[in-house]
Design a protein around this ligand. Structure first.
Ligand SMILES: Cc1ncc(COP(=O)(O)O)c(C=O)c1O
Length: 399
């Protein structure tokens, strides 16, 4: 073995640093820590039994087993694509099955963005999506996300000043990390702007199906040739599957497939065939979503109630109507994020610091905490909040 020689790396690899973790561990976490991190759906409601039966049936039939273990087409299995297209209400020719949502984003950004292009993004943003966008060499232009999602009026002001983005990346439903939902009028306006200024709306919407209260907001239209929908089963069937899909305007399908033809060729035939057996029986997917929602609803309510009970005056937290996170704010002027994070780790809990979701040139989010609840039982959530309250005292929170 020769020594590692950085000079052998590509220019791209040599300029990349190891990404910081969302939580940026600052100390030793206690072995009995109850972490409010999240990202995984409630594991109790994932369809492990149905998947077991589906895989068993698939492999017990020699012809189906052989087909599931062979190479297949670049857009995905026909039957699976047809099922997705029916749910999306679009022509199956516009669907491309991917290895999860981030892979979908990566394919589409490689097809759209060049180094030096501007891409408008949510501020705060899901940091892995930011990394995917930045890998193209594009320049992220932050636009604030408020209670009602991306501030489309702020975007209009940027456009009026002459900013010309190639794309606008936003998470319209239960945005990660804020939980905000973009209103119907703002969605319509964003698409009008996209059509007028020629940018593409990259709608990354993994939490749309995770609503547990309130009314659905009508989504972006399916017929605009300026809207790309990025989807995943990560928040409904489990992120470990690495299964997602793109719903593309027709003009973008072949360019995306041209990128794919030079990378992974096609998504896993086996995973698609197995998942089809889980989701295709009438109503099966909606039942899984309903079971998940019931658990997420209870957990979000427990976390929000517990925060109000133990931390009123110190931390402000509202229960969202869906998604996996509470975006809480430090109210108490005696508190600041870093000392609180140190104290939280020492007291056996953890959270994602708001600063992890910042976009260069945007806001710091150093008064915010992202608290995950989706895969944490109610009693553990209560215990975590008790520990967070102890951390608030240690970190100097006024009595
Ligand atoms: C906004 C957003 N996009 C994409 C993803 C990841 O999707 P996947 O695991 O399918 O790549 C997540 C996961 O947390 C997310 O919050």
């Amino acid at each position: 073995m020769t020594d590692f020689d950085g000079a052998q790396l590509s220019r791209l690899a040599s300029r990349l640093t190891s990404p910081q973790s969302f939580v940026g561990v600052l100390g030793n976490l206690r072995r009995d820590a109850v972490e409010l991190l999240g990202g995984n759906p409630a594991s109790e409601a994932l369809p492990a039994e149905a998947l077991n039966a589906s895989v068993h049936e698939l492999l017990a039939d020699p012809a189906r087993a052989t087909a599931a273990l062979r190479y297949s087409g670049p857009r995905g299995l026909d039957e699976f694509v047809a099922w997705l297209a029916a749910r999306e209400g679009i022509d199956p020719a516009r669907i491309v099955v991917t290895n999860g949502g981030l892979h979908a984003l990566s394919l589409v950004t490689q097809a759209l963005l060049d180094a030096g292009d501007s891409v408008v993004t949510d501020d705060p943003i899901f940091p892995i999506a930011l990394r995917v966008l930045q890998l193209t060499g594009a320049h992220a232009v932050p636009v604030p996300v408020g209670r009602d999602g991306l501030d489309v009026e702020a975007l209009e002001r940027l456009l009026a000043e002459g900013v010309r983005p190639r794309a606008v990346y936003t998470v319209a439903d239960f945005q990660n990390p804020t939980g905000a939902v973009l209103g119907a009028r703002a969605r319509t306006r964003l698409v009008e702007l996209a059509e007028r200024f020629g940018f593409v709306v990259l709608s990354d919407n993994p939490y749309r199906t995770s609503r547990f209260a309130g009314e659905d907001v009508p989504d972006f239209p399916t017929d605009s040739d300026r809207v790309v929908r990025i989807n995943t089963f990560a928040k409904s069937l489990g992120p470990g599957l690495r299964l997602g899909w793109l719903a593309l305007p027709s003009w973008l399908v072949q360019p995306v497939l041209n990128i794919r033809a030079r990378t992974d060729q096609h998504p896993s035939t086996f995973t698609q065939a197995a998942i089809l057996g889980v989701v295709r029986p009438a109503g099966a997917f909606d039942r899984i979503l309903a079971d998940l929602s019931a658990l997420h609803h209870s957990r979000a309510t427990t976390l929000a109630t517990s925060l109000r009970t133990h931390l009123a005056g110190h931390i402000e937290a509202e229960r969202p109507d869906g998604g996996f996170f509470i975006w809480a704010r430090l109210l108490d002027p005696a508190l600041s994020l870093e000392p609180l994070h140190h104290a939280a780790l020492a007291h056996g809990t953890n959270f994602s610091r708001g600063t992890s979701f910042a976009v260069p040139g945007g806001h710091d989010h150093d008064r915010h905490l992202r608290l995950g609840f989706s895969d944490i039982p109610d009693t553990d959530l209560e215990e975590a909040v008790t520990r967070l309250a102890a951390a608030v005292s240690t970190a100097g929170g006024g009595a």
